[in-house]
Ligand binder design. Structure first.
Ligand code: ZN
Length: 499
């Protein structure tokens, strides 16, 4: 797959940059900022951290704006001291859409690219703000050396606030054409919004009862780049809530991602969409690297360790995570007392999962040590510590719906309202509450905002994932033959669907 570059920042950083770049007198202006790299499997993202305001005489404004070598040198020194790279930004007053570089823009950035990379050890990042409709464009000067230095134009620039605002580079990531099966979807939010949503790289972590349904509905809505991550297998005991999985899938020891890809492909409406799957765990380094290639993540897992990894990267790598879950309470006699489900967008500006009460950090270590697989530990710890994993098909759809409603608010911002904050629904009284959660002072997860590759290392060897992958592979020749026949029949069915 082609290597990509990107830029991400919080809305607070964007406002600080706008204050420098948008002038009341309508002239062009410029400034410098620092960034930290976040490196995924195929995408490198610059996470913008702080503005380095110009000092008097360090830039000249004369309709256009000119930067001085002194400003660049000071900026590079500041960046290097903070372990960061350097961003040079300028505005195109009144401009609309992704900006191509003018000759002078290119000359300016290329003339400093070698020097900045030499001083900071990281490529110079150039950015342009089209202030007419607040569109950013960006490039990483990461190609060639000396006179041959060149840039990779970014696929997008992402700004994370109560909504995810994405500026797209049509040359790298063209707007997909909408299809005849998307007419009703487009009529809900318009062509422009559909072109934005369809291009976002979205990852669903966990293809269980909630994640499978989320993935299918995202595919149906026309997403072109959907990835599903899960290492688990379909078992007979999953069939009461894994809607879409068949008895045959359990018998053939199919991976959940096999079912998720099959069902999501069947539901997909994008003309040229891709539904990728991976049997890695988000707790493994490869799983995390893959996650870093995405613009938005759905967390459909209930174990503390994977949720801790996702909780961390929402802040460290500025990739918002839509998380939620269900708890079903029973009376002592086994009858149902209540069910509650929660949903929230985890991102800078909102409390993390540890602060909003959805993640017990103390249990992360136990999960990581494999104690949740140990019956004697589970017997001693009880349900308060070990996730019970209870769910039922009639309610898992409500959990998926609450996550998807958060997604629509966060992505579409109906009537200019972004995501609503943490929500909780109680089934017994049928009451929806907005939860008043706040961050703990000095929350270490939230303080790591935008650190990128310097994030706290939470991944490692994940034995349950390794065992499940081995189990999926260790089938006999008869099961392999049955799988092959099953795939053949399904392919034939898909073919018949298309003609
Ligand atoms: Zn927190």
């Amino acid at each position: 797959m082609t290597r990509q570059t990107s830029v991400a920042m919080t809305v607070a950083v964007e406002e600080a940059l706008m204050a420098r770049l948008v002038r009341p007198d309508g002239q062009e202006d410029l400034c410098l900022a620092t960034y930290r790299p976040s490196t995924g499997a195929i995408r490198s993202t610059a996470l913008i951290r702080e503005v380095i305001p110009p000092q008097p005489g360090e830039r000249h404004v004369h309709g256009n704006a000119t930067i001085t070598a002194d400003y660049i040198l000071r900026g590079a020194a500041v960046a290097e001291e903070d372990g960061c790279g350097l961003v040079v930004l300028h505005s195109h007053p009144g401009g609309h859409g992704w900006q191509s570089m003018s000759g002078p823009d290119r000359d300016c950035e290329s003339s400093y690219a070698n020097l900045v990379r030499e001083l900071t050890g990281l490529p110079l990042v150039g950015m342009t703000l089209a202030s007419g409709n607040r569109t950013w464009s960006a490039r990483h000067w990461d190609l060639g050396v000396g006179r041959d230095v060149d840039c990779t134009h970014c696929a997008n620039v992402r700004v994370i606030g109560d909504r995810l605002a994405v500026s797209w580079n049509d040359a790298v990531c063209p707007a997909p054409r909408s299809t005849s099966s998307q007419v009703r979807t487009v009529s809900a939010w318009g062509d422009e919004c559909q072109a934005d949503l369809a291009r976002r790289r979205v990852l669903v972590v966990g293809a269980g009862s909630v994640g499978l349904d989320v993935a299918i509905r995202l595919a149906a809505s026309g997403l072109c780049h959907l990835t599903i991550l899960d290492f688990d297998l379909v078992e007979e005991r999953n069939l009461d809530r894994l809607v879409g999985a068949r008895r045959r899938d359990a018998r053939l020891r199919r991976a959940k991602i096999h079912v998720a890809r099959r069902e999501a492909r069947a539901a997909a409406t994008a003309a040229d969409g891709s539904i990728e799957v991976s049997d890695r765990s988000i707790c493994e380094p490869d799983g995390l690297k893959l996650a870093l290639d995405h613009d938005l993540i759905f967390s459909c897992v209930d174990r503390p360790w994977p949720r801790a990894v996702l909780n961390s990267l929402a802040y460290s790598d500025l990739i918002p995570v839509i998380d939620g879950g269900i708890a079903i309470d029973t009376f002592d006699d086994g009858t149902m007392r209540n069910a509650t489900w929660r949903s929230h967008v985890v991102r800078p500006g909102r409390p993390c999962m540890a602060c909003n009460g959805q993640l017990d950090m103390g249990s992360v270590t136990a999960d990581r040590q494999g104690l949740f697989e140990d019956p004697s530990y589970i017997a001693g710890a009880g349900q308060a510590v070990v996730p019970a994993g209870q769910n039922v098909a009639p309610l898992s759809i409500s959990v998926a719906a609450s996550l998807l409603a958060q997604y629509v608010s966060f992505s579409v911002a109906p009537a200019d309202f972004g995501e609503p904050g943490p929500l909780q629904y109680a089934l017994s009284t049928h009451q929806l509450d907005r939860l008043d959660c706040s961050s703990r002072s000095h929350c270490s997860v939230e303080l790591d905002e935008g650190v990128g590759n310097r994030r706290v290392e939470l991944t490692g060897r994940h034995e349950p994932a390794e065992q499940k992958r081995m189990l999926a592979e260790s089938v006999g020749p008869t099961t392999r033959l049955r799988r092959w026949v099953d795939d053949l029949l399904r392919s034939a069915n898909c073919f018949l669907d298309r003609i």
